[in-house]
Structure formats: C-alpha cells, structure tokens
Design a protein around this ligand. Structure first.
Ligand code: UD1
Ligand code: UDP
Length: 358
C-alpha cells in the first residue's frame, strides 16, 4: 500500500514523527512525505526532522506566507500535480492548517482517498482559520481518525457516517511518551537558560486572533510582564509573533520576560516539564502541559481540548476579557484530576492498522 503524507507546519512534524516511527512495524505500507514548505525556518522545520528522525521529505513544495487563499491555492495546485503524477492509495493529512486543507481538497477532487489524523476537533468559532480548515477536511475525508470521545461525538453530531470514524487516541501523546525520556537524557535547556526546575512560567503565543489584535497582544504581554515581577517567565517566540512585537517596538522595551527563539521539540518538552505553569494559545502545548503534569492557562476564548478544562488541568483566560495575570497566579501550584482522555500512547500504530485494513 502506498500513502502520501502532507505536512508543513511545526505541530505536523511532531505528529508525523510518531506515525513514521510506527511504520517500521508495517512493512507493507510505503510512505511518501510531501512538505508544503509552510514553515521553513530551521527552528520551525528542519530541527524536528533531525531530532525526531523523521525521514527527509521526498518533495518540498516551497509554498509559504501570503494570504490564506493564496497560500492554500498555491499548495492545492502543487499537491494535485504530485498526486496525479503518482497516485497513492491514501493521502494522510494532520490537524487543521492550510497545508491540511490544501491536501484534503486536492485529493478529494481527483478521488484519492483521504485519511485525516486529529479529525473531529471543534472550537465552534468559524472566525478561526483552523476551524474552517478542519471542518472542510473532515467532510471530504474517507477515514476520520479521532483523538478523543469529544471529537468522535462532534463528528456524529455533524452526521459523519460512523463507519468512517475510528477513535485511535492522540498521536501527540505517543510522541510525548516516546520523546519525553529522550528529552530528559539529552536536553540541557534549563541549564543553558539558567532556569530552576519548577520555578518559572513558560509561555507561547502565535494564534492569529491574538497576534493580529493589538489589544489582545497588549493584554498578553502586560500580564506576562506582571508575572515576571514574581517568577521567571520564558517565551519561545513564534516568528509570526516576533515580527509583530518587533514592529510594535515591544522587543526593545520588554520588561523581565525572557524572549527566546523557538526551540526544538526535546528542549520544549523539557521546558514544559520544568515549568510551574504554562500560559499558551497553542493547541499542542495545552495537551503537552497535561502529559507532563503542568497546570495550564489557555490564552483563548475557547478550546477544542475541553476535557482538560473539565479535569481542572487547564483554564481559559480570554485576552482582553479575563485578568490573565490573576489566572496564571491562581494556576500556580494547582493540580487536576487524573485520567486518560488521549488513549494509550499507541495511536500511531492504530492509524496504520486502520489504513492497512481499508
Ligand atoms: C500555522 C497554522 C496554525 C498552527 C501554526 C503552528 C494555518 C492557518 N495556521 O500558523 O494553525 O497553529 O502554524 O505553528 O495554517 N513564519 C516565519 N518562519 C517560519 C514560519 C512562519 O517567519 O518558518 C512567519 C511568516 O511571516 C508567516 C507567518 O509566520 O507569514 C505566519 O505563518 P503561517 O504558516 O501562515 O501561520 P502560523 O501562524 O505559523
Ligand atoms: N514546540 C516546539 N518548540 C517551540 C514551541 C512549540 O517544539 O518553541 C512544539 C510543542 O512542543 C508542540 C508543537 O510545537 O509539540 C505545538 O505547535 P504550535 O504551538 O506551533 O501549534 P499548534 O499546536 O497550536 O497548532
């Protein structure tokens, strides 16, 4: 069986790493990896391939930047050409980025079956580009591989045929388990940054709704500055946010917040494990906070990972509405209930089983 995998953005490299690793136990499945080029800086792309031993992409389409329509449309045309030249038995797509949407549409139009990993997530906020991407991807997909009960229920509520849906668990949990111990052995990031274990706040910010709203971005940076008066704050900054904060002059006058470049996955895992609290608008980082037992404050109006809020590991602090600094302070030292909403750490193997049986 031949599968073609589309990846392009940072979280997709991490998810695909788990599946590529599991391919070793499925000798009958041959994978062609296509990188759209959406993320291209060394520390947003290449670092993950080398650290996580993901096979080199067979093709890099080199498409990045521009408006949503331009980026998605350019990718769509390029992916169509790849699929037409060498049609696979399945196109494998991950998550909810523009690379995901372009892959889904290109394949569906030329009748290449689509398997969607991380299907069924919903924020119910159609102003998010990711929500549009994931809804469309789910409704053209032939196999929907869901991470949670909530995701499976969302698809049932939208009328997706139950036989297409397979709840396999979350591949990010597979990755956290496997690479967690590797990070413990190999990462020296706490020493490098002079951070004391369990005595700092880790923050990440990149979501369009936050970066493109000066009020929301200001609410986040002010809250982090206030927290930095009490406890170290480290902010590995996504290039999107760096460009905006730089343009607004923030990086010249930041007060106490330790702004660093994006780090590799092993260093990120180590930073997540050592943090007292994580404040983030990232989807993946919210879950990793739970995987590594670190309380989380989510800098958004809603989350797709509702189970973490229900379990008490996560709380929402909508920028511009909530007192973010107070939310972070109240999360310090908090714990949630235990549970296993993301499966058993074998999601990647299950995905390949479903594909092999299809
Ligand atoms: C994208 C995804 C988002 C995901 C995030 C993961 C979409 C619509 N959004 O958002 O769902 O959470 O990736 O990180 O697909 N840039 C660089 N270097 C890079 C990558 C980006 O400088 O290596 C800058 C460019 O100015 C670019 C901007 O960041 O225009 C935004 O990048 P883009 O891929 O469009 O969106 P993300 O915000 O990264
Ligand atoms: N990540 C990383 N280095 C960083 C920031 C994040 O390796 O400096 C990892 C993080 O551990 C998680 C993934 O990137 O696995 C999350 O990606 P991101 O926040 O960019 O996107 P989202 O999950 O919100 O789509």
């Amino acid at each position: 069986m031949k599968i073609t995998t589309i990846i392009g953005a940072r979280p997709q490299f991490i998810k695909a790493a788990a599946v590529s690793r599991a391919l070793g136990k499925h000798p009958g499945i041959y994978e062609t990896i296509v990188h759209t080029g959406q993320h291209y800086d060394r520390n947003m792309s290449e670092v993950f391939f080398s650290e996580l031993a993901i096979p080199e992409p067979h093709i890099n389409l080199g498409v990045s930047g521009g408006s949503h329509g331009k980026m998605t449309g350019t990718m769509l045309a390029a992916i169509e050409e790849v699929l037409t030249g060498d049609p696979p038995d399945f196109l494998l797509i991950y998550g909810d980025t523009n690379s995901t949407l372009a892959g889904a549409l290109a394949a569906a139009k030329i009748h290449v079956p689509v398997a969607h990993v991380e299907a069924g997530l919903r924020s119910f906020n159609r102003r998010m580009p990711e929500e549009v991407n994931r809804v469309v991807a789910d409704h053209v997909a032939d196999l929907l591989l869901t991470p949670t009960d909530t995701a499976t229920a969302n698809l049932a509520a939208e009328g997706v045929a139950a036989e297409k849906v397979h709840q396999v668990g979350d591949v990010m949990f597979d990755a956290a388990l496997f690479y967690g111990s590797k990070a413990d052995r190999e990462s020296k990031i706490l020493e490098t940054l002079g951070l004391e274990d369990n005595n700092y706040v880790l923050a990440t910010v990149h979501r369009q709704e936050n970066t493109d709203s000066p009020d929301r971005l200001q609410a986040i940076t002010s809250a982090l500055e206030s927290i930095a008066e009490d406890i170290a704050v480290v902010l590995p900054l996504h290039p999107r946010t760096r460009k905006l904060l730089d343009a607004g002059g923030y990086l010249g006058r930041k007060n106490g917040v330790r702004v660093i470049d994006p780090v590799g996955y092993l260093d990120m895992v180590m930073l997540e494990r050592g943090a007292t609290v994580i404040a983030t608008d990232s989807g993946g980082v919210q879950k990793e906070a739970f995987f590594h037992s670190t309380p989380c404050v989510t800098l958004r109006d809603e989350t797709e990972w509702v189970e973490l809020v229900e379990m008490g590991w996560n709380r929402l602090a909508p920028p511009g509405q909530a007192d973010i600094a107070a939310s972070i302070r109240s999360a310090l030292g908090s714990v949630g209930t235990t549970g296993a909403p993301y499966g058993d750490g074998e999601a990647a193997g299950k995905i390949l089983d479903v594909l092999a049986a299809a």
